[in-house]
Design a protein around this ligand. Structure first.
Ligand code: PMP
Length: 285
């Protein structure tokens, strides 16, 4: 069965799903996006993803092209047309198509809305999580407003490619003070020798991950001690466990950072238990 994408009001075969060359997403990265997990044909944490989308749009002053309820219909129809069971849904809204000029286009310009989905292999991800992954660190050279989920991801792209070339699956950005901000598409966590889980507070300098928010709730229910504070790379090297969170990975154990093995180099019990319990707490609709 062929893949179907939603593009500005139409459901099109993936190969024909296109936006104009003067779309401001293409010209200026003038747009925002969301990625939701799809599990057994249902959306995971749709409400929170749409709330974050609303905030991202407001921060860059793009009017929502439709209501959250209508967006929910488009998202579900895209899933249905693709008969997707397990995978990811990608949603992007840009400031629309207009003559190339930096300042905002005329107010009648309609934002562009694209929704695509793709299947993923859950068993394969689980196998990866059973082994854990390596990460490398990278200087955080992004703009200040990474709390907005914009499609301007060039530093993330370059850091991730560098990670891949160094045999790692993710890069963790590190600020000028040596503190880890977040991954190129994930949030970063450690478990201290005392057993507390540590993650940077979601103020400026990182994206407020939806998976991060749910994992904090799961951790609280599990009775874990939680410290929302920045941690350094040096502290991560000495941690009992490290892991990352993202809608695409859920909870993924990190067993190596910049070539240093974390603890015994195997996924730890805290990350494993958070991964196991995640979907019991997430909103699935
Ligand atoms: N940080 C960045 C930079 C990301 O791109 C993502 C993935 N969207 C995350 C964190 C994790 O966010 P979420 O849990 O909402 O997927």
């Amino acid at each position: 069965m062929s893949r179907i994408a939603y593009v500005n009001g139409r459901y099109l075969p993936h190969a024909l799903a296109m936006v104009h060359v003067e779309d401001r997403g293409y010209q200026f990265a003038d747009g925002v996006y969301e990625v939701c997990e799809v599990r057994e044909g249902r959306l995971v944490d749709e409400r929170r993803h749409l709330e974050r989308l609303k905030r991202s749009l407001a921060e860059i002053r793009i009017a929502p092209p439709m209501s959250p309820a209508a967006l929910g219909v488009v998202m579900r129809e895209t899933l249905r047309r693709n008969r997707l069971r397990d995978g990811l849904l990608y949603l992007q809204i840009t400031r629309g198509v207009a003559r190339r000029e930096h300042a905002f286009p005329p107010s009648a310009t309609k934002p562009s809305l694209v929704v695509t989905v793709r299947a993923s292999d859950r068993a394969k991800l689980d196998t990866l999580a059973a082994t854990g992954i390596a990460v490398v660190t990278a200087k955080d050279n992004r703009w200040e407003r990474v709390d907005i989920k914009t499609v301007g991801l060039l530093p993330n792209v370059l850091a991730r490619q560098n990670a891949r070339e160094r045999g790692a699956r993710e890069a963790w950005f590190v600020d000028a003070g040596g503190l880890v901000t977040e991954g190129t598409s994930s949030n970063a966590w450690i478990v201290t020798q005392a057993g507390a889980i540590v993650t940077r507070p979601a103020t400026l300098g990182m994206l407020k991950g939806i998976t991060r928010a749910v994992v904090l709730e799961v951790a609280a229910r599990q009775g874990l001690s939680i410290e929302e504070r920045p941690f350094s790379v040096a502290e991560a090297f000495k941690a009992r466990e490290a892991f990352l969170t993202a809608a695409t990975q859920i909870v993924m154990p990190v067993i190596e950072i910049d070539g240093h093995k974390i603890a015994d180099g195997r996924p730890g019990p805290v990350a494993r238990a958070l991964r196991r319990d995640f979907h019991r707490h997430a909103e699935i609709s």
